[in-house]
Design a protein around this ligand. Structure first.
Ligand code: ADP
Ligand code: MG
Length: 249
Protein backbone atom coordinates (compact mmCIF):
# COMPACT_ATOMS: atom_id res chain seq x y z
CA UNK A 1 0.00 0.00 0.00
CA UNK A 2 0.95 3.68 -0.34
CA UNK A 3 2.64 4.43 2.97
CA UNK A 4 6.29 3.64 3.51
CA UNK A 5 6.31 1.86 6.83
CA UNK A 6 8.37 3.26 9.64
CA UNK A 7 9.81 2.01 12.89
CA UNK A 8 7.75 2.79 15.98
CA UNK A 9 10.24 3.75 18.69
CA UNK A 10 9.37 3.92 22.38
CA UNK A 11 11.98 5.95 24.25
CA UNK A 12 12.14 5.79 28.04
CA UNK A 13 8.37 5.79 28.42
CA UNK A 14 7.05 6.04 31.97
CA UNK A 15 3.53 6.17 33.33
CA UNK A 16 2.72 7.00 36.94
CA UNK A 17 -0.82 6.65 38.33
CA UNK A 18 -1.07 8.39 41.68
CA UNK A 19 2.00 6.97 43.36
CA UNK A 20 2.14 3.79 41.27
CA UNK A 21 4.77 3.49 38.55
CA UNK A 22 2.92 1.29 36.06
CA UNK A 23 5.65 1.62 33.40
CA UNK A 24 9.20 2.75 34.07
CA UNK A 25 11.73 3.96 31.52
CA UNK A 26 10.61 1.55 28.80
CA UNK A 27 12.43 1.60 25.45
CA UNK A 28 11.89 -0.74 22.53
CA UNK A 29 11.13 -0.71 18.81
CA UNK A 30 8.49 -2.19 16.54
CA UNK A 31 10.07 -2.87 13.15
CA UNK A 32 7.99 -2.83 9.98
CA UNK A 33 7.35 -6.31 8.61
CA UNK A 34 7.90 -7.95 12.00
CA UNK A 35 5.78 -9.27 14.83
CA UNK A 36 7.01 -7.84 18.13
CA UNK A 37 5.36 -9.26 21.24
CA UNK A 38 5.10 -7.54 24.60
CA UNK A 39 4.75 -10.08 27.39
CA UNK A 40 4.88 -10.15 31.17
CA UNK A 41 2.89 -11.19 34.26
CA UNK A 42 -0.44 -9.59 35.14
CA UNK A 43 0.10 -6.01 36.23
CA UNK A 44 3.44 -5.77 34.42
CA UNK A 45 2.30 -2.68 32.51
CA UNK A 46 1.51 -4.12 29.06
CA UNK A 47 -1.90 -2.49 28.64
CA UNK A 48 -0.55 0.78 29.99
CA UNK A 49 2.20 0.64 27.36
CA UNK A 50 -0.37 0.04 24.58
CA UNK A 51 -2.52 2.87 25.92
CA UNK A 52 0.45 5.23 25.69
CA UNK A 53 1.46 4.05 22.21
CA UNK A 54 -2.08 4.50 20.88
CA UNK A 55 -2.38 8.01 22.31
CA UNK A 56 -4.96 7.21 25.01
CA UNK A 57 -2.55 8.03 27.82
CA UNK A 58 -0.04 10.84 27.82
CA UNK A 59 3.19 9.39 29.21
CA UNK A 60 4.44 10.87 32.49
CA UNK A 61 7.88 10.88 30.86
CA UNK A 62 9.55 9.72 27.68
CA UNK A 63 8.32 9.76 24.12
CA UNK A 64 7.46 7.63 21.12
CA UNK A 65 8.09 8.27 17.48
CA UNK A 66 7.12 7.12 14.02
CA UNK A 67 9.25 8.44 11.14
CA UNK A 68 11.10 10.48 13.74
CA UNK A 69 7.97 12.50 14.58
CA UNK A 70 7.06 12.48 18.29
CA UNK A 71 3.47 11.40 18.87
CA UNK A 72 3.12 11.35 22.66
CA UNK A 73 0.58 13.77 24.05
CA UNK A 74 -1.14 14.26 20.67
CA UNK A 75 -4.26 12.23 21.38
CA UNK A 76 -5.63 8.99 19.98
CA UNK A 77 -7.12 10.44 16.76
CA UNK A 78 -3.87 12.05 15.70
CA UNK A 79 -1.87 8.93 16.54
CA UNK A 80 -4.29 6.84 14.46
CA UNK A 81 -4.05 9.28 11.54
CA UNK A 82 -0.28 9.13 11.72
CA UNK A 83 -0.46 5.38 11.14
CA UNK A 84 -0.73 3.57 14.48
CA UNK A 85 -3.91 1.46 14.50
CA UNK A 86 -5.25 -0.50 17.40
CA UNK A 87 -7.65 -3.34 17.95
CA UNK A 88 -9.19 -3.59 21.38
CA UNK A 89 -9.77 -6.38 23.84
CA UNK A 90 -13.44 -5.45 24.06
CA UNK A 91 -15.29 -5.11 20.80
CA UNK A 92 -15.43 -1.65 19.25
CA UNK A 93 -17.64 -2.64 16.32
CA UNK A 94 -20.99 -0.99 15.57
CA UNK A 95 -23.30 -3.85 16.49
CA UNK A 96 -26.26 -2.70 14.43
CA UNK A 97 -24.24 -2.13 11.24
CA UNK A 98 -23.26 -4.85 8.80
CA UNK A 99 -19.83 -6.43 8.81
CA UNK A 100 -19.16 -4.73 5.47
CA UNK A 101 -20.16 -1.26 6.66
CA UNK A 102 -18.08 -1.59 9.82
CA UNK A 103 -15.00 -1.99 7.66
CA UNK A 104 -16.03 0.37 4.85
CA UNK A 105 -16.63 3.20 7.33
CA UNK A 106 -13.07 2.87 8.60
CA UNK A 107 -11.66 3.38 5.10
CA UNK A 108 -10.39 6.90 4.44
CA UNK A 109 -13.12 7.43 1.83
CA UNK A 110 -15.74 5.54 3.82
CA UNK A 111 -15.89 8.24 6.47
CA UNK A 112 -17.87 10.51 4.20
CA UNK A 113 -20.73 8.06 4.52
CA UNK A 114 -20.87 8.58 8.26
CA UNK A 115 -21.54 12.26 7.70
CA UNK A 116 -24.50 11.67 5.43
CA UNK A 117 -26.82 10.35 8.06
CA UNK A 118 -27.42 7.59 10.52
CA UNK A 119 -27.56 5.00 7.76
CA UNK A 120 -24.15 4.05 6.51
CA UNK A 121 -23.73 5.17 2.93
CA UNK A 122 -20.50 3.94 1.42
CA UNK A 123 -19.21 4.46 -2.09
CA UNK A 124 -19.12 1.28 -4.20
CA UNK A 125 -15.32 1.45 -4.29
CA UNK A 126 -15.17 1.55 -0.49
CA UNK A 127 -17.52 -1.43 -0.25
CA UNK A 128 -15.39 -3.40 -2.69
CA UNK A 129 -12.20 -2.57 -0.82
CA UNK A 130 -13.85 -3.51 2.50
CA UNK A 131 -15.03 -6.83 1.07
CA UNK A 132 -11.60 -7.72 -0.22
CA UNK A 133 -9.96 -6.74 3.09
CA UNK A 134 -12.43 -8.95 4.98
CA UNK A 135 -11.70 -11.91 2.71
CA UNK A 136 -7.96 -11.26 2.99
CA UNK A 137 -8.34 -11.43 6.77
CA UNK A 138 -10.03 -14.82 6.44
CA UNK A 139 -13.58 -13.74 7.24
CA UNK A 140 -15.83 -16.24 5.46
CA UNK A 141 -19.27 -15.24 6.72
CA UNK A 142 -21.91 -13.08 5.06
CA UNK A 143 -20.88 -9.46 4.55
CA UNK A 144 -24.41 -8.31 5.34
CA UNK A 145 -24.51 -9.85 8.85
CA UNK A 146 -24.98 -7.39 11.69
CA UNK A 147 -21.69 -7.17 13.56
CA UNK A 148 -23.51 -7.49 16.89
CA UNK A 149 -24.42 -11.11 16.13
CA UNK A 150 -20.98 -12.35 15.11
CA UNK A 151 -19.27 -15.41 16.54
CA UNK A 152 -16.20 -14.62 18.60
CA UNK A 153 -13.56 -15.44 16.01
CA UNK A 154 -15.42 -13.58 13.26
CA UNK A 155 -15.65 -10.51 15.45
CA UNK A 156 -11.88 -10.64 15.91
CA UNK A 157 -11.30 -10.89 12.15
CA UNK A 158 -13.67 -8.00 11.43
CA UNK A 159 -11.97 -5.87 14.10
CA UNK A 160 -8.61 -6.53 12.51
CA UNK A 161 -9.97 -5.81 9.01
CA UNK A 162 -11.38 -2.57 10.41
CA UNK A 163 -8.01 -1.58 11.87
CA UNK A 164 -6.29 -2.44 8.56
CA UNK A 165 -8.79 -0.31 6.65
CA UNK A 166 -7.02 2.79 8.01
CA UNK A 167 -3.88 1.69 6.13
CA UNK A 168 -1.74 1.62 9.26
CA UNK A 169 2.02 1.39 9.47
CA UNK A 170 1.82 -0.23 12.89
CA UNK A 171 -0.95 -2.41 14.33
CA UNK A 172 -1.31 -2.76 18.11
CA UNK A 173 -3.25 -5.78 19.36
CA UNK A 174 -4.35 -6.39 22.95
CA UNK A 175 -4.76 -10.13 23.57
CA UNK A 176 -6.43 -10.98 20.26
CA UNK A 177 -6.30 -14.73 20.94
CA UNK A 178 -8.19 -14.54 24.26
CA UNK A 179 -11.13 -16.93 24.21
CA UNK A 180 -10.36 -18.46 20.83
CA UNK A 181 -10.26 -22.21 20.14
CA UNK A 182 -7.03 -23.86 19.14
CA UNK A 183 -8.01 -23.89 15.44
CA UNK A 184 -9.08 -20.26 15.53
CA UNK A 185 -5.79 -19.33 17.19
CA UNK A 186 -3.99 -20.98 14.29
CA UNK A 187 -6.04 -18.88 11.84
CA UNK A 188 -5.22 -15.75 13.82
CA UNK A 189 -1.52 -16.63 13.95
CA UNK A 190 -1.44 -17.05 10.17
CA UNK A 191 -3.24 -13.73 9.73
CA UNK A 192 -0.79 -11.86 11.98
CA UNK A 193 2.12 -13.27 9.98
CA UNK A 194 0.38 -12.22 6.76
CA UNK A 195 -0.07 -8.69 8.11
CA UNK A 196 3.63 -8.49 8.98
CA UNK A 197 4.54 -9.90 5.56
CA UNK A 198 2.58 -7.00 4.04
CA UNK A 199 5.12 -4.68 5.67
CA UNK A 200 3.15 -3.58 8.72
CA UNK A 201 4.79 -3.57 12.15
CA UNK A 202 2.71 -5.71 14.52
CA UNK A 203 2.88 -5.16 18.30
CA UNK A 204 1.15 -8.01 20.08
CA UNK A 205 0.23 -8.21 23.76
CA UNK A 206 -0.66 -11.85 24.35
CA UNK A 207 -0.84 -14.39 27.16
CA UNK A 208 -0.71 -17.52 25.02
CA UNK A 209 3.02 -18.31 25.14
CA UNK A 210 2.88 -21.02 22.47
CA UNK A 211 1.36 -18.49 20.07
CA UNK A 212 3.88 -15.79 21.05
CA UNK A 213 6.84 -18.12 20.60
CA UNK A 214 5.50 -19.35 17.27
CA UNK A 215 4.86 -16.05 15.53
CA UNK A 216 7.17 -13.44 17.08
CA UNK A 217 10.29 -12.09 15.46
CA UNK A 218 11.13 -10.18 18.61
CA UNK A 219 9.89 -10.33 22.20
CA UNK A 220 9.97 -7.63 24.87
CA UNK A 221 9.46 -8.83 28.45
CA UNK A 222 8.08 -6.48 31.08
CA UNK A 223 8.13 -7.15 34.80
CA UNK A 224 6.70 -4.70 37.34
CA UNK A 225 6.72 -1.96 34.70
CA UNK A 226 10.34 -2.45 33.74
CA UNK A 227 12.07 -4.03 30.80
CA UNK A 228 13.29 -7.43 31.97
CA UNK A 229 14.61 -8.79 28.66
CA UNK A 230 14.30 -8.53 24.91
CA UNK A 231 15.31 -10.89 22.15
CA UNK A 232 14.23 -13.61 19.77
CA UNK A 233 11.84 -16.33 20.99
CA UNK A 234 14.82 -18.68 21.44
CA UNK A 235 16.72 -16.08 23.47
CA UNK A 236 13.71 -15.33 25.65
CA UNK A 237 12.97 -19.01 26.26
CA UNK A 238 16.57 -19.51 27.33
CA UNK A 239 16.73 -16.41 29.53
CA UNK A 240 17.07 -17.39 33.20
CA UNK A 241 15.62 -14.14 34.58
CA UNK A 242 12.55 -14.48 32.36
CA UNK A 243 12.02 -18.07 33.36
CA UNK A 244 12.19 -17.12 37.02
CA UNK A 245 9.96 -14.04 36.82
CA UNK A 246 7.45 -15.12 34.25
CA UNK A 247 7.49 -18.74 33.29
CA UNK A 248 7.40 -19.68 36.98
CA UNK A 249 10.67 -21.60 37.27
P1 ADP B 1 -0.94 -5.56 32.39
O1 ADP B 1 -1.69 -5.14 31.20
O2 ADP B 1 0.48 -5.97 32.10
O3 ADP B 1 -1.65 -6.63 33.18
P2 ADP B 1 -1.50 -2.88 33.37
O4 ADP B 1 -0.81 -1.98 32.42
O5 ADP B 1 -2.96 -3.05 33.22
O6 ADP B 1 -0.77 -4.30 33.38
O7 ADP B 1 -1.22 -2.38 34.85
C1 ADP B 1 0.07 -2.05 35.34
C2 ADP B 1 -0.05 -1.45 36.72
O8 ADP B 1 -0.66 -0.17 36.66
C3 ADP B 1 -0.90 -2.25 37.68
O9 ADP B 1 -0.34 -2.11 38.97
C4 ADP B 1 -2.24 -1.57 37.60
O10 ADP B 1 -2.96 -1.73 38.79
C5 ADP B 1 -1.84 -0.11 37.40
N1 ADP B 1 -2.82 0.63 36.61
C6 ADP B 1 -3.16 0.39 35.30
N2 ADP B 1 -4.04 1.28 34.86
C7 ADP B 1 -4.29 2.13 35.89
C8 ADP B 1 -5.14 3.28 36.07
N3 ADP B 1 -5.88 3.76 35.05
N4 ADP B 1 -5.12 3.90 37.27
C9 ADP B 1 -4.35 3.43 38.28
N5 ADP B 1 -3.54 2.36 38.20
C10 ADP B 1 -3.51 1.71 37.02
MG1 MG C 1 -3.59 -5.86 30.45
Amino acid sequence: SARSRGVLRAEQLSMVFGGVRAVSDLSFEVQPGQVTSLIGPNGAGKSTALNMLSGFYTPSAGRFLLHDASLQGQGACKVAREGVARSYQTSQLFGSLSVLDNVALALPRGRLGALLGRQAVCAPAARERAASLLRWCGYQGALSLKAGGLAHVDRRLVEIARALATDPEVLLLDEPAAGLSREDKALLAALLRRIAAAGIGVLLVEHDMALVMEISDHIVVLDAGQLLARGTPAEIQGNAAVRRAYLGE
